[in-house]
Ligand binder design. Structure first.
Ligand code: FA5
Ligand code: MG
Length: 421
């Protein structure tokens, strides 16, 4: 596989993705290593931890539509514009997102489908999918991960608000009987305002419904592992956030093993800018499945989700959360590479990481920038990266690592135009 991706870096005229052909162009930056993940759909593989976790969350929302088969290929319009992301939002950059060509990209979040699902007339729904972001390489970041979007809308009138209040009363009772400590913030504040088109009283009730719904979900997911004994309750905190398509907006963090962990983003949805349903009001959230699964299953490295090793997948049973038993860790091997960045344009760290990922696949465990300076006289930028190679399934030989490293070095020169030091 490594050999073929070495040859494939000269970009083909067309890419075949999920059976369709797409022309490439000047901004194409999807790599073979990424495209090979697209058909895998871990969230739909029976007994895979991500699939079991999806089922667990779906069971918290039994009367919602459960969607999980939308194509990851979306237009930048759908991923960004339709959700009111500004034209200069950093997420749009080719350094941060994967583009098939200028008109088609791999979704960066499940929110990319919000407008379409609302337009279909769904009022309560969950949507699970693989999402793609160019990022650093380490034990908790992977360029493909999984999100679950949830949304619910109500009629923006007395009858709709009656529905919200009934639901709020039921959820509050459930929480009152549970061992959970919630650090809350106001539903609406000057820095986290109600939308101009929303009745503030409706927005308050809907924000409360969102909070109750997610607090009870956190209790369902973490109540067993994070404590929830008298002395050690589950701690959840709400933080003000900003998303261009919701207001007020929040992030939820859960206290786990001494640290606050960000689980999701959410808010009161903006239907005026999103969809033509002015007489509705509701909420939406987007949560990261890997982060939750790593805690629930004690999975130490995000790459393990992609492992084909039977020692990984055979440990799990559909619908059951069990503690992962690590099998022996094979030795790792560091290699450093130092180079001068091309003079015309500075090299982005994500370009480096993608190239390494493309050559080494899952044999790369992490990449660290260990030096970065600009030469005072020539103004040239020098960078040094340390690549940590380790297989999760076997011992790598010295010769093999050296060969991968020399492929990295030659592609750095040929493809990214750097000068090795
Ligand atoms: C979003 O993606 C928004 N679409 C969420 C949202 C939905 C807001 C609906 C409002 C309404 P964010 O980029 O923060 O937001 O990601 C949401 C969650 O995905 C994070 O809280 C985290 O759990 C997970 N996540 C984000 N980046 C990564 C990553 N690199 N690796 C693993 N999980 C990640
Ligand atoms: Mg975030």
């Amino acid at each position: 596989r490594r050999e073929s991706s070495l040859l494939a870096y000269s970009l083909p005229k067309h890419l075949e993705i999920l059976g369709d052909h797409y022309p490439t162009d000047a901004i194409t930056n999807v790599t073979p290593a990424i495209l090979e993940k697209v058909p895998l759909r871990l969230h739909a593989q029976p007994s895979h931890p991500l699939s079991t976790l999806r089922g667990l969350i779906e069971s918290h929302y039994p009367d919602f539509a459960h969607l999980s088969s939308l194509s990851p290929l979306v237009t930048p319009f759908k991923n960004f514009d339709e959700l009111s992301f500004p034209k200069d939002h950093p997420g749009r950059a080719v350094t941060d997102s994967y583009y098939v060509n200028k008109d088609m990209m791999l979704r960066t979040h499940t929110s990319a489908h919000e407008v379409e699902v609302f337009r279909r007339g769904e009022t309560k729904w969950l949507l699970t999918a693989d999402v793609y972001r160019r990022d650093e390489i380490d034990g908790s970041h992977y360029p493909v991960f999984h999100q679950m979007e949830g949304a619910r809308i109500f009629n923006a009138d007395a009858s709709g608000m009656e529905e919200v209040e009934e639901n709020n009363a039921r959820l509050s009772q459930q929480l009152a009987r549970s061992n959970i400590v919630i650090e809350d913030i106001p539903h609406i504040s000057p820095t986290n305002p109600v939308q101009p088109s929303h009745d503030p009283r409706y927005s308050e009730l809907v924000a409360l419904n969102l909070k109750l719904s997610l607090n009870t979900l956190m209790l369902k997911l973490f109540g067993g592992v994070a404590g929830a004994s008298r002395q050690d309750p589950l701690r959840v905190r709400w933080i003000e956030a900003y998303f261009p398509f919701t207001s007020p907006s929040f992030e939820v963090e859960v206290f786990f093993q001494g640290k606050w962990l960000e689980i999701l983003g959410c808010g009161v949805a903006g239907f005026d800018c999103e969809v033509d349903v002015p007489d509705k009001i509701g909420w939406a959230f987007g949560l990261g499945l890997e982060r939750i699964a790593m805690i629930l299953y004690s999975i130490p490295d995000i790459r393990l989700f992609w492992s084909l090793d039977s020692r990984f997948i055979s440990q799990f049973e559909d619908g059951k959360i069990t503690t992962f038993r690590p099998y022996s860790k094979y030795p790792s091997c560091f290699k450093d590479v130092s180079f001068w960045s091309p003079q015309e344009r500075s090299l982005h760290e994500n370009d480096f990481c993608d190239l390494v990922r493309d050559v080494a696949g899952d044999l790369v465990e992490d990449v660290q920038k260990i030096d970065d300076f600009v030469h005072p006289k020539t103004s040239r930028r020098s960078m040094c990266f340390r690549i940590n190679y380790r297989s999760m399934d076997r011992s790598l030989s010295n010769g093999e690592v050296n060969e991968i490293q020399s492929q990295v070095v030659s592609r750095l020169t040929d493809q990214l135009g750097v000068e090795i030091r």
